[in-house]
Write a protein that binds this ligand. Structure first.
Ligand code: MLT
Ligand code: MN
Ligand code: ZN
Length: 301
């Protein structure tokens, strides 16, 4: 299986348009790498490709990815569809940019589909542009892609719904992780870009994978308080809903339990010190055996 990491930033990207923090200044100046918003492209055969989430940066991400170039026919595209892990705007806005394609499929949990039909209405906006196929993914029920080569399972991982979907009446899960297995190579990818707390069962899933791409939004629980007043992970209405990397109960401590697995962080917020290769937080991630990949990184599993 080929996995092209199209984007590695959380909502807003890095730099974020309205942020003058040190890290965003560094990215603007070219001293730190710019990062587009979290999105992956996967394929078993290399002939058919599927996106994991559809970021608002999808146009530039597709243009930067040779495997996703159109052809040989004038409107042929290797892109077959999109699997959504959440209904957050940074994971779904790219669907609008894909409206020129005809016949794309979208797979998502029922709550995410409901949010797209009512809370946001993007489904009704898109349907007149082409024959979109909307598929509900049921938790734990495997389905196949790429002519049967890839087996996909959605694993419920959280109840965090987008702010725009506060009134959508639909039971969760609102957030899933995707486990994708290449039936030819046996390679297994686990993609979990939104993790509010470490759920039971996540260790077993990681242990059974070759590579995990995990929520790396924040390094610490206090990171956002200066910027928005909403802490990263404290309890209460205003929480951001992302388990920090650092600290005793952070995700890095958990990832340290899996030294044999390739571990990468994605969905990195522009406030996260790990964006700076010279930071202590980045050194801690690397000491823990995890990676901060650049946009465009290719994995082969
Ligand atoms: C998140 O990951 O928590 C959301 O994308 C936040 C947002 O709406 O930008
Ligand atoms: Mn997000
Ligand atoms: Zn910033």
């Amino acid at each position: 299986m080929k996995v092209r990491i199209l984007g590695t930033a959380a909502g807003g990207g890095a730099p974020q348009w309205n942020c003058a923090c040190e890290l965003c200044r560094g990215a603007r100046a070219g001293d730190l790498p710019s990062r587009t918003q979290d999105c992956l492209a996967i394929s078993g055969t290399g002939q058919e490709w599927y996106l994991l989430n559809a970021s608002p940066d999808i146009r530039s991400q597709l243009l930067a990815t040779p495997e996703l170039a159109p052809g040989p026919g004038r409107r042929d595209t290797p892109l077959r569809g999109v699997l959504l892990a959440t209904a957050e705007l940074d994971h779904v806005l790219g669907l609008v940019m894909l409206r020129e394609g005809s016949g794309l499929s979208v797979w998502a949990p029922s709550a995410v589909l409901a949010a797209l039909a009512t809370g946001f209405g993007i489904k009704g906006v898109l349907d007149p542009y082409g024959s979109w196929a909307w598929h509900e993914v049921a938790a734990g029920k495997a389905f196949t892609l790429d002519g049967g080569r890839l087996t996909v399972t959605a694993v419920p991982i959280g109840a965090k719904r987008p702010r725009y979907a506060a009134g959508v009446e639909q039971p969760g899960p609102w957030v899933v992780a995707y486990r994708i297995e290449d039936t030819v190579t046996g390679g297994v990818l686990l993609y979990a870009p939104c993790v509010a707390s470490w759920p039971d069962g996540l260790d077993a899933l990681i242990a059974g994978a070759d590579c995990v791409l995990l929520d790396g939004t924040f390094s610490s629980a206090e990171e956002m308080t200066g910027a928005t007043g909403r802490p990263a992970s404290a309890t209460g209405q205003a929480k951001m809903g992302h388990l920090p990397i650092g600290g005793q109960d952070g995700s890095l401590a958990a990832l340290r339990r899996h030294p044999g697995i390739r571990r990468l962080y994605t969905h990195l917020n522009n406030t996260n010190p790990v964006l700076d290769p010279a930071s202590a937080e980045r050194a801690a991630v690397e000491d823990g055996g995890a990676e901060i990949p650049a946009d465009g990184t290719l994995l082969e599993l």
